[in-house]
Ligand binder design. Sequence first.
Ligand code: PLP
Length: 388
Amino acid sequence: MAGLDGFISSWLVATAEMDKVGVNHLEHGGRIDDYSAQTGKEAGDILDCSANIHPLGPPASVMEAIERSLSGIRHYPDPRHRQVKKALAQRFQIEPESVLCGNGATECMELLVRWLRPSRCVILDPAFGEYEAIAQRYDRPILRLSLFDGSRFALPLSALDQALCPGDLLFLNHPHNPSGSSWPVAEWLPFAQAWAQTGVHVIIDESFVDFLPQADAQSALRCATLSPNLYVVRSATKMFSIPGLRFGFAVGMPRVLGELEEQRDPWSVNHLAQCAAAAAYLDGSFAELTADWLSRAQARQKETWAAHPAWTVFPTSVNFFLVRFASCEQSLQIQDGLRREAIFLRSCGNFLGLSDAYARIALRTEDENERVWSAVTRIASAGDVCRE
Ligand SMILES: Cc1ncc(COP(=O)(O)O)c(C=O)c1O
């Protein structure tokens, strides 16, 4: 226990240090208007690898559904989300009552925290910044543990086992952003279920699970319909390339979700988002296209990035990867050079446990990936020559 206390307190000191130097944990990737202002270029001329959005979307089925539904915007959206819940129920073989729809996965997580009022929010760093933001909005104390063991990202199951208390809420992000790691569900789900049984609320954020080859087998979604205190949250924004439209959903026990529905803004999920998501989740051909594109992009990423002798590239199972350049200086110099070519990576200086030496890079189309790779290697070699 003393070991764990030491570990947690040194992590808290690190957090406080980052706050002192004014690190903004909540500045996300994908800030296309900022990038446009910085480069003087239109959004369409910017290569944005800072947000992990599927480069081949939105699927045609989604665009058609939006066009078909446009005239419906003169009415209020369905506050009961019937059409999209029916589609999700069909896709995942669950009851529509097990689903809570939201204006993105982020709204679902916020609704859960607001409703559950946990005694603490437990965050595994480095983490998606909105976990912390949500906890702060509801004045919940935060306990932070680290996922990074120095060479790889691993779930700290025994540290969690010791640290979690009934009434806590754990954000467990699988597959993990920003590392791209995933862990076999059979290894950690029994722990999550056991914690949930003792009264710990567990939110499994599966916003990137659709990118895994065995997505359904690696998801805890069906389990969440039966287990008290266990919730799965999914996002449509990355997989179906609709971050500007926004749709996400949570899955849990119908009783809790039904009570929560009574307390929310009835119209936060707009009509077009509901229609688009209903079409998206029933579009099996887009999943096939994704598997084909992503396996080729990952194979090429292994031949290029992962083979670089001076950089650490963490194994990824999804549509983005994390790289540690040789130094903060080199990383910033590369990103600065890329900016001049209107290419943006996600600098990781505001992720707790990482630094400016790390960047997260979204996998894009074949041509775009080649463009990024050749620009990065060219800028890095020019930097090496300058230092010699
Ligand atoms: C791990 C994780 N969860 C959730 C989200 C947000 O999803 P949404 O756009 O559906 O709110 C993000 C966005 O980057 C994310 O990285």
